[in-house]
Design a protein around this ligand. Structure first.
Ligand code: FES
Ligand code: FES
Length: 125
């Protein structure tokens, strides 16, 4: 049902936790299951230098968020904003259909955190 990559990311999630000095924080909830995802970004010169996440979501939410943090670390805000849940699912080698909505949490939380950073710094969208 789950690819080896999903299982690895779920069992050994990367970048779990909080950042005390986060420049942008995004929190989103899933209308489908009510689960919550929080994403913390450390940003220097328009580049994401550190990222951590916390979720009350399921294993698929953990795996997709974990790999999503790896995919945006070291990337510019513009690049990170383009990350979609489909790209995350592709990177994981697929996700069961009924778990696709869980992967939306990471994308939305990253976008919310970038928006938070921009609004705090007076950057226009
Ligand atoms: Fe809620 Fe997956 S079931 S995050
Ligand atoms: Fe959970 Fe999915 S039922 S995000």
């Amino acid at each position: 049902m789950y690819t080896d990559k999903v299982i690895d990311q779920f069992q050994n999630p990367r970048n779990v936790g909080e950042l005390d000095n986060a420049d942008g924080v995004g929190e989103v909830g899933s209308p489908a299951c009510g689960d919550i995802m929080k994403m913390y970004l450390k940003i220097e010169d328009g580049v994401i230098v550190d990222v951590k996440f916390k979720t009350f979501g399921c294993g698929a939410a953990v795996a997709t968020s974990s790999i999503a943090t790896e995919m945006i670390k070291g990337k510019t805000l513009e690049e990170a904003e383009k990350l979609t849940n489909s790209m995350v699912i592709d990177e994981l080698g697929g996700l069961p259909h009924e778990k696709v909505h869980c992967s939306v949490l990471a994308e939305q939380a990253i976008k919310a955190a970038i928006k938070d950073y921009k609004s705090k710094h007076g950057i226009q969208e």
